[in-house]
Design a protein around this ligand. Sequence first.
Ligand SMILES: Nc1ncnc2c1ncn2[C@@H]1O[C@H](COP(=O)(O)OP(=O)(O)OP(=O)(O)O)[C@@H](O)[C@H]1O
Ligand SMILES: [Mg+2]
Length: 359
Amino acid sequence: MYFSDTYFHNFRNLRQGRVSWSSGFNLISGPNGAGKTNFIEGLNLISGWGPIESATKISSVPAWGKGSEPKASLWARVQGEESMDLFASISVKCSLKCGEKAIGASAMRAKIPVLTFLSDGMSLIRGSASARRALLDRIGAIISPSYAMRLHDYRKALRQKTVLLRRGRETMAADRVLVQLGSWLWAAREEILKLLSSALESYAELTPCPMELLFTRGGGGTAEGPSEDFKGSLAVKKNRERDLRTPLVGPQRDDVRILCGGINAVLFLSRGQSRRAASALILAASAVVERRIGRKPILIFDELTSELDEEGRNSLVEALLKTDCQVFGASADSLDYKGVSVHRLKDGMFLEQPPVNMY
Ligand SMILES: Nc1ncnc2c1ncn2[C@@H]1O[C@H](COP(=O)(O)OP(=O)(O)OP(=O)(O)O)[C@@H](O)[C@H]1O
Ligand SMILES: [Mg+2]
């Protein structure tokens, strides 16, 4: 599956124009401020993943200066195993359509598997645990529709428990729900991590030494089985939860420890090496998705080449070409690689293709 054409209207600084894309590797190249990240944000939105920065208000997306009720519209044609036209209409909220039908964000994510790697992608290696949990959750949501549903229900129950703890009330009923959903999520995340670790072996050339991924259950550790562990850990931490008025056990506190040669990757890897390692993780995620759903995901990389030396750039581009996935990579550098289609972007306008009015 791949995006064959896009048309963005009133979307950030991007000017009207239909752009056709290769089913292989597309490089979006242009100076700072050209609109590369904006374009990537558009792809992320139309495929159901929302704005690329979670703190971004959706109402900031329509182009400035378009009257009191600005509205952006995005259109993308998907071809491959299935052909479909996707629409996103964005004002104070984002509504999605597939063909003529309105569709929810999670259904859209399942329809069109997309893995996005952002400029702060290094946070996978050097950032807080939430970045690593987000990667596991993205893979989970793509490979299993019930993953996203259970995660949503788990978070809802967790909010309820937090309210009860703050009010000094009994949490037994909420805990029963949390044990059931949380231990399912632990088992699912552990399984995803196993798949990720084995897929990572194919990308060893991107990192100076093989990486080891270790899953740590948030607040767990009292038993082998996820359900017993959840129950046992809750029992052990019950008083502490009551004192601190916050839940201490469960997937909201999970982490993935990354080791290189037995040493914490944050200490072991330089910044450029961390970026390579994070790219290797996304490539491994792509292999996991393909293996599990039998379809190749679309890979989107913002600031594809930043902090990479020439050898790092070459290895990454080569590895991405080898996946045979559709790739969108944004870079301020002008690069010339065989098999890569270059789309030059300047002041919000793709240069090689004159605008075609779609409306
Ligand atoms: N709602 C909006 N309407 C119009 N312009 C906007 C809007 N939101 C952001 N911009 C502008 O879009 C421009 C391009 O931003 P973007 O982050 O996409 O650039 P970029 O090509 O990724 O640059 P860099 O190489 O520095 O990462 C910014 O200069 C910003 O002022
Ligand atoms: Mg950018």
